[in-house]
Design a protein around this ligand. Sequence first.
Ligand SMILES: [Zn+2]
Length: 433
Amino acid sequence: MKKFLVLLFVMIFIYKNGEAQKFPKATCTTIVSEAMLAEVDTTKPRGVSDNYHTWENGSVLLVKFMPGGSKILREKVIQFAKEWEKHANITFKFVADTARFTNLRIKLGKGYGHNSAVGTEAKFRAQDQLTINFDTLFFADADYYVEVVKKMGIVPPYTLDHLLMAMKKDPFHWNIKELGRVVMHEFGHALGLLHEQSYPGAVNWKKTDSVYNYYKETQGWDRDLVDFNVFEVSNQFYTNGTTYDAKSIMHYSISSWQTTDGFSLKDNYELSAGDKTLIAALYPKNQKISALTVPKVDITNFTKLNVVSSPSRNGLVITPTFDLKTNSKLGEVYFVARLADEDGYFIKTTNPYYSWGGTAAVYLKMNLLPNSKVSYNKGTKKNLELFLPFDQIPPLYGRKVLVAFAVYLDDVVNQQKDKLMYFSATKPLSITQ
Ligand SMILES: [Zn+2]
């Protein structure tokens, strides 16, 4: 069982010793949803996006910076983010740091690597949490700082500590080309694009202990994280019929020693023709709805996840408060409440009825019409309750639990299941069984 908190929230500081790098370099650590992973197949590789987490076509996304980041860096981030607007029917509206509600929140600071929530998964994060992290240490002009370090009489190999020391001595020399590459890549994730190397069959990785050990030593990744960040293979459905694009801004660089056939790839610094075609198909300027649209539900105004331990009913009464909107395609929607321990691990159960994938849960399958809107538990209206009887869950022995509420969607037409549309969890609670 995967730990859900790891999948959704944990960002890990990682760097990579690229072959030609003078300083270690950050790798994008965006973590894709578990549901997108599929068995490896040998189908001809193609381009990929997460269609279930794209924004509504024509959206104006409100974006702000979290505290930090100089004026020049912020201006460059805005400039490169807006490259996508030229090809997509999306507007990034940058608003004041003090804005109370935003769709995307950018942190410019040292540490935690570069990463972004994928598309509308940004909604799973609270307004005080970032959705895109840029590690400014890796925007430093490495060539310039190597000279600074050399003048200090230090001999190679150079480490991040040397870079930090040089930056402290002589700040504000940025590698705008690298910044542009990273900003366009992360904003690609923010629009719902996935890593290009995750195309089925695109890269023949060496999945040997030596490769796992390399990432463990240089980046601190355990095997699960290497599987996620390096070897991930997208489901064929996400390819959208585009052809594999080695020039995509969404592609990692690859060293020949990492592949069984010696394939290697340098970083790309511009949006490729394939990137432009795919984003224009997902967010068309000349039509209201993309031809690539899949069933989706949009959860907004999620104000409360109320959990009451009821002695009279002998169970947990779970009432979430939110608005829901369906799009033009019909899907099957499930509201799921699961129990997790304080560390974020779902609690296993053998109960066949109160279970979601073998974990203690209660769920409701909803009948929702296309293009409809519903409000749940707003005002005095109580129209959604999930009830978990105490005698149907494993004994907790006084342990505190979290209640995690999620909305999943099954796209029956496309045979795609368990697409996570929303996620929220309570703080640890004491339950008297
Ligand atoms: Zn990435």
